[in-house]
Design a protein. Structure first.
Length: 170
């Protein structure tokens, strides 16, 4: 089986697009991920997958907290670009983005997001280029009660968004 065959098969796995944020030692950062999923209901636990080269990965590893917010389908590409096309190492992604500070200290983005979960990491799993962070939901809420979540397919097919070459370092 070729890598192309594998990638074609994986193309049918569905994903959403999420902003994941964190805070550590007075600094805040976030990025776009396509892997956020609930793993248990009691207690409520979710998992995210984050590239090890990203600043957000470093910060979650140290702080042991993160927030995850599904993006709404009508999110404009320039807004996605703030979290998906630039690195927090040289750019303050939250400087001009409406947000509040959550229960665990993570930024909760209040524009173009549907809801939020603030999570405390309880387990990690090294999966090669990424780390799977599993955590218990400590706070959650609805930001926009009506709306449709942005899927990865909609992002590519309708918005015509691309995956940036430097995405692994955001």
């Amino acid at each position: 089986m070729s890598a192309q065959d594998i990638n074609e098969g994986l193309h049918y796995v569905t994903y959403g697009l999420y902003i994941v944020t964190t805070a550590d030692e007075g600094k805040q950062n976030g990025l776009i991920v396509n892997t956020v999923f609930q793993v248990t209901a009691e207690p409520a636990r979710v998992a995210i997958s984050v590239n090890k080269k990203s600043l957000t990965h470093e910060m979650i590893t140290k702080s042991r907290v993160f927030a995850a917010m599904p993006l709404e389908q009508q999110t404009p590409l320039p807004f996605i670009g703030i979290f998906g096309f630039r690195t927090g190492r040289t750019f303050d992604k939250l400087a001009k983005v409406p947000h509040k500070t959550g229960f665990l200290g993570c930024p909760i983005v209040t524009e173009h997001t549907l809801s939020y979960m603030e999570i405390e990491v309880c387990q990690t799993l090294d999966v090669g280029s990424h780390t799977l962070f599993v955590g218990e939901v400590k706070d959650a809420g609805v930001i926009k009660p009506q709306g449709t979540a942005l899927t990865y397919a909609y992002y590519h097919d309708v918005i015509k968004g691309k995956t940036p070459a430097g995405a692994t370092h955001l």
